[in-house]
Design a protein around this ligand. Sequence first.
Ligand code: FMN
Length: 170
Amino acid sequence: MDVTFTCDNEAPGIAAGPEIVSHPLLHLHYISCSLIAADTAQTTLESLVHQSRARNLSIGVTGSLLFAQNQFSQILEGPESAVSLVMASILQDHRHTDCVVIEECAIETRRFQGWSMAYSGASAFVAQSVTRALAGARSGSKRDIRRLLRLMLEFAAQPEHPAVASPRPM
Ligand SMILES: Cc1cc2nc3c(=O)[nH]c(=O)nc-3n(C[C@H](O)[C@H](O)[C@H](O)COP(=O)(O)O)c2cc1C
């Protein structure tokens, strides 16, 4: 991973305060392009989420995975060693490509208290917002990176939404 961004303190969910903390948690946000065939996407993603949730839970990683317009946007948060371990596996996974880390920094508080998966496409409006944010985030727009985070927080906060697998509390 050669791209490192600092977190924007105006991003939602970030508490104001000193950047150096005694037990920092790592926030890592990447986007990538899916290589999963459309006709198997639903089942592949369900089993991916099932496995990922179990593993992440066991090592203290929380976060959210968004799948939209054949792209992934994933946020991982937790102890640095645990996030790095998961990320090392993810980078070698042949089910996606063009993985770009758009934000990586220390945080004091988790924003995702579970691990959730959100599918976009529930409405044209949502799909449009996600597509715009993904395109901007890939080219480094801080505004779009923040927008993407906000969208993922909104998805994760709606466990009753039919397109969202609800997170389990940690
Ligand atoms: C888009 C995407 C997101 C993934 N997210 C996670 C995750 O959050 N946690 C996880 O354990 N595995 C995740 N995986 C699966 C890993 O890449 C890997 O297959 C799995 O962790 C087993 O890793 P190992 O073969 O190194 O043991 C993800 C895969 C993809 C394609």
